[in-house]
Design a protein around this ligand. Sequence first.
Ligand code: ZN
Length: 247
Amino acid sequence: MRIVCLSDTHCEQHGFKIPDGDVLVHAGDFCSMGVEREVHKVAKWLKALPHRRKIVVAGNHDRFFEQQSEMARAYLEPDIIYLQDSGCEIEGLRFWGSPWQPWFYDWAFNLPRKGIKLREKWNLIPMDTDVLITHCPPYGILDEVRTRMTAWGPTEEGSGPLGCEELAIRLAAVRPRLHVFGHIHDSYGVLQRGDTTFVNASVCNEDYAPVNPVWIVDLEPGGQPVVSATLPGKRRRRKAKASDPGV
Ligand SMILES: [Zn+2]
């Protein structure tokens, strides 16, 4: 099965190439401000893609899914599978999706860091999950926000590993074969650790430019994931928007 993985498109969905595949996985932050108008546009784009199955989780920018959950889901379903602490099975592979993250500015799907509520959400992930899709990374894995340069020199503010400690604990027990996430644009990449292939699929960089290639993962039931990258998106910059703080 060919799984095409992307995340953090932030309304820049027409800025990069998406290869065909069996399953498209979007790990959240398809919106910029998270308003209904954006969800409508993104849903139209997703529905027009050729993939046989499409799975989406929400991210911290996709506020409409937190505020008006039923209306938001109606834009996607039934053509697109929306996972929120829920799962599905496709041709023998078990997928699970969840949008939560440790509190991050004042965005959607926040829960207190290292808190019982996050632990409860992650404890819902079934032990037999093959492909886990979350918006946020686990702590210590492709979750590093780089030091920023400012007019006054480098600043450490807001930098460092921002992944979820509680999710890392749960992953040690579940050990999915593939974990797809985004959220920390700086740490786009792939990492193999233990039984799990981790994919940070943020196609937008920290300036919200769609410059990173979409990931392709070939995975068969009982097999190991084989990861390759597609062509890079169009390298271009755009002006910062008021909605830009945070990732
Ligand atoms: Zn993002």
